[in-house]
Design a protein around this ligand. Structure first.
Ligand code: BTN
Length: 283
C-alpha cells in the first residue's frame, strides 16, 4: 500500500507538471509518465494500451486479481468504453481514457465523495494546463459551457462493511477535432474550445498529481476532508446551487446544495427531494 506523503500542498502537482519540456509532446510513454510521477502513488504500475475494451473493465479485473493501489490503466482508444447508467462512452483517438485502482478505507456509504474529488482533480488539472476552468455537473460530468468535456465512472467492489477496491475511470476529450453526429451537440474537446492541441502526457501527470492531492487527505482524515471536499465541489460547480434542473427526465426543481454525503438537494414544487443517482440536465 502506498505510504501517504506529508508536507506537499496543492502546489506540488503544479511543480511536478513542469518537468515536461515546454515543447509540444503528445506521445504517451509509460517511462516518461513514471519519471514525471516519481514519488507519487501512481508511479509504480502504469499500464499503457493502444486499444482496449474498457480501461475500467481492465482495472476491475486487475484489482480483483490483487493489483496494488495506484495502478493506472491508460488506452489510446477503447472499443467498449463505458459511461454511467449503462451508456457507452465514445472512445476514438485523441482523448484521455484512464482508470486507476484505489483501495479506499471509506465506508461504501461515503463513496460518492470519491467521484466528487475526482471531478475536482480533473477540473483543476485542465485549468492549470489549458487555462480553461471546466464546470462540474453533479455528480461527475466535466463541462465546458453547456457541452460535456469529460466524465467519471467510479465502480467498486464492496460488502456492507467495507470497500474492497474502487476503480475510478476518467474520460477527457482533449484533442479530438470532431464527434459523431449523435453526440456532436452535447460533446466538446479542449481543442474545439481553445483552437489549440494540448499535450496529453502533461494533462495525465497533472491530473494524477491532483487526484493524489485529493485522495491522500481523504484516506487520512475522512470525516473532516469529506466536508471540505463537498464544500469545494459546491463552490466550483454552477449546478450545485440555484440552478433549475430536470432530474433523470422525471421532475424539475432548483438545486439547493449537497448533503453531508454529497447527494444533491433539489427543491421542487411539491417539496425538497434528494438526488441519489441519475443525471441532472439544465432546464
Ligand atoms: C460518464 O460520464 O458517463 C462517465 C464516462 C467515463 C468514461 C471513462 S473512459 C475511461 C474509463 N473506461 C471506461 O470504459 N469508462 C471510463
Amino acid at each position: 500500500m502506498h505510504k501517504p506523503r506529508h508536507g506537499f500542498g496543492r502546489a506540488f502537482y503544479f511543480f511536478g507538471a513542469l518537468r515536461f519540456s515546454p515543447v509540444f509532446e503528445d506521445n504517451i510513454s509509460s517511462d516518461a509518465l513514471r519519471k514525471a510521477l516519481r514519488g507519487t502513488m501512481f508511479a509504480e504500475n502504469i499500464h499503457l494500451f493502444d486499444e482496449v475494451g474498457s480501461t475500467n473493465s481492465t482495472g476491475l479485473e486487475a484489482a480483483q486479481a490483487g493489483a496494488s493501489e495506484g495502478s493506472v490503466f491508460i488506452a489510446e482508444r477503447q472499443t467498449e468504453g463505458r459511461g454511467r447508467g449503462g451508456n457507452s462512452w465514445h472512445s476514438d483517438r485523441g482523448a484521455i481514457y484512464m482508470s486507476v485502482v484505489l483501495r479506499p478505507t471509506l465506508p461504501a456509504n461515503d463513496i460518492l465523495v470519491l467521484s466528487l474529488a475526482t471531478g475536482l482533480a480533473v477540473s483543476l488539472a485542465v485549468e492549470h494546463v489549458c487555462g480553461v476552468a471546466p464546470d462540474l455537473r453533479w455528480p461527475n460530468d466535466i463541462m465546458l459551457g453547456e457541452k460535456k468535456l469529460g466524465g467519471i465512472l467510479c465502480e467498486m467492489n464492496a460488502d456492507a462493511s467495507r470497500v474492497r477496491h474502487a476503480v475510478v475511470g476518467i474520460g477527457l476529450n482533449v484533442n479530438q477535432g470532431e464527434f459523431p453526429p449523435e453526440i456532436r451537440e452535447s460533446a466538446t474537446s479542449v481543442f474545439l474550445e481553445t483552437g489549440k492541441q494540448w499535450p496529453r502526457p502533461q494533462l495525465i501527470v497533472t491530473l494524477l498529481q491532483a487526484l493524489e492531492a485529493e485522495y491522500s487527505p481523504l484516506q487520512r482524515s475522512p470525516a473532516e476532508v469529506i466536508k471540505t471536499c463537498i464544500a469545494r465541489f459546491e463552490k466550483r460547480s454552477s449546478y450545485a446551487r440555484g440552478k433549475r434542473v430536470k432530474v433523470a427526465d422525471e421532475y424539475e426543481g432548483v438545486t439547493n446544495g449537497l448533503d453531508e454525503r454529497g447527494f444533491l438537494r433539489v427543491q421542487t414544487a411539491t417539496g425538497p427531494r434528494l438526488v441519489i443517482s441519475g443525471g441532472v440536465r439544465p432546464v
